[in-house]
Design a protein around this ligand. Structure first.
Ligand code: KIV
Length: 308
């Protein structure tokens, strides 16, 4: 038995963050806050905290599956996690990542994969990596009625081609490529673009060039919004952290403390105490020594009151 938080946020009707709302932020200047989530429980927390967008990133390959790259993540796995996250959101806009080789092959493949995340994953938009080389794919997905977010700079699905998880857009050629990719994505119909691991001055240049919002991760403060991986920002991740991954809390250490206290109490027999134990049978009742259960008794459904 596990505790469930119930579905969606409660209380008065919630105004969902829409694609037009997000596009309008480019004009209003109100920054967009985006966070990743991979399951229902985290989605509830991120939504309650007021994030505008929740990304089910293919970073789940590292965060959830313990892989070293995002490359093995499948479209079915993405749809599964998107579905779980969707159930936890009330206000935030849900973006699903198209994983490696689910859209690069052809525009038609891209449309089909985007459709799967919308239908099976309950996504409200999709994100994919790449610039000029995927512009036609973006155009076709948008024409099918699916809002698209681009992702340029460091594109983790191309980690082997890039020679590692390295800052992109360095030098005149590197900067020109990022600028050309950004323009190609906007022209193809993307409604926002993630800029990952590029110099802040280049990100500022892209941001002022485009009429759609930029969402930075390791791209400085000039972007129209920011995105972080939830486990990085909460300090749940162990091991190496990228330079841009600010820890806003240290929940990993808090979790280890809590679990080690539990282990100690179980070993000492102090957990569970009376306050975490069901009421005993009436004090006056004497427990009968009884015969083994009959076959009928074993088959009878249990009437359990587990909550009191
Ligand atoms: O997969 C992911 O989480 C991402 C973000 C880091 C932008 O693409």
């Amino acid at each position: 038995m596990y505790s469930s938080n119930g579905g969606g946020s409660s209380g008065s009707p919630i105004k969902k963050v829409t694609v037009p709302d997000l596009r309008a932020r480019k004009v209003s200047g109100e920054k967009i806050a985006m966070v990743t989530a991979y399951d229902f429980t985290m989605a509830r927390l991120v939504d309650e905290a007021g994030a505008d967008m929740v990304l089910v990133g293919d970073s789940l390959g590292m965060v959830v599956q313990g892989l070293t790259t995002t490359i093995p993540v499948t479209l079915d796995e993405m749809a599964y996690h998107c579905r779980a996250v969707a159930r936890g959101l009330g206000r935030a806009h849900l973006v699903g990542d198209l994983p490696f080789m689910s859209y690069q092959v052809s525009p038609q493949q891209a449309v089909e994969s985007a459709g799967k995340l919308m239908k099976e994953g309950a996504c409200e938009s999709i994100k994919l990596e790449g610039g000029q080389e995927v512009a036609e794919h973006v155009h076709r997905i948008v024409r099918a009625g699916v809002p698209v977010i681009g992702h340029i700079g460091l594109t983790p699905q191309s980690v082997h081609a890039l020679g590692g998880f390295k800052v992109q857009g360095r030098g005149a050629d590197g900067a020109d490529k990022v600028l050309a990719d950004a323009v190609a994505l906007e022209q193809a119909g993307a409604f926002a673009i993630v800029l990952e691991a590029i110099p802040p001055d280049l990100a500022a240049q892209v941001t002022s060039l485009l009429s759609i919002p930029t969402i930075g991760i390791g791209a400085g403060a000039s972007c129209d919004g920011q995105v972080l991986v939830c486990t990085d920002l909460l300090g749940l991740a162990r091991g190496h952290q990228p330079k841009f991954a600010k820890r806003f809390a240290n929940l990993g250490d808090a979790a280890v403390d809590a679990i080690s206290t539990y282990v100690t109490e179980v070993r000492a027999g102090t957990f569970p105490s009376a306050s975490h134990t069901y009421k005993p049978n009436a004090a006056s009742a004497t427990l009968r020594a009884r015969e083994p259960l009959t076959a009928d008794e074993l088959d009878a459904p249990l009437a359990l009151d587990l909550w009191h």
